[in-house]
Design a protein around this ligand. Structure first.
Ligand code: FES
Length: 161
């Protein structure tokens, strides 16, 4: 087999994989599968969570909060392409939303946003939202601890005076 024949076979396989993904994920999901947005770790996040799904895949979510809103959201996953698409759309949906709105999000909202998704992998969207909400929980706990710390400092100052 020469190089040209080998390239033709590789291209054919790639086209078949792309056609299959386009069929399963629709135009929007396919585009995101090819160019995942919001993907990557955040070194200075305000909240972080890592959740392992029942399928064994892990999703990570990082958030940055400004006031009452999520200013930045990113994800990573060791799961399949569908997990990545779900993580990406979850991050997109959450960006700019209030804390309350993010707690109201569900996997169904993410699936609706993508438009088309393999039924057998719908759990990816629920895992992504669960992970996001866990990251928000971690943020809230950290904020509460900070508040308590301030209270304690305040008490100490009162004792000193
Ligand atoms: Fe496991 Fe999607 S999260 S298949």
């Amino acid at each position: 087999m020469n190089d040209a024949e080998f390239d033709a076979i590789v291209n054919k396989i790639q086209e078949e994989v792309f056609a299959e993904a386009r069929n399963a994920l629709g135009v929007k999901g396919f585009d995101r599968w090819r160019n995942p947005r919001f993907c990557g770790k955040m070194t200075d996040s305000d909240g972080f969570a890592r959740v392992k799904g029942s399928c064994g895949d892990t999703m990570e979510m990082y958030i940055k909060v400004e006031g009452e809103r999520l200013r930045e959201v990113s994800y990573t996953t060791d799961g399949c392409g569908s997990s990545s698409v779900a993580g990406s759309f979850t991050a997109e949906l959450a960006t700019g939303r209030s804390i309350e709105e993010v707690f109201d999000l569900s996997g169904a909202d993410v699936l609706k946003e993508i438009g088309s998704f393999p039924e057998a992998e719908e759990h990816c969207a629920y895992l992504a939202v669960k992970t996001l909400q866990e990251a928000l929980n971690a943020y809230m706990v950290a904020q509460t601890k900070k508040g308590k710390l301030k209270e304690l400092n305040h008490i100490n100052i009162d004792h000193c005076s």
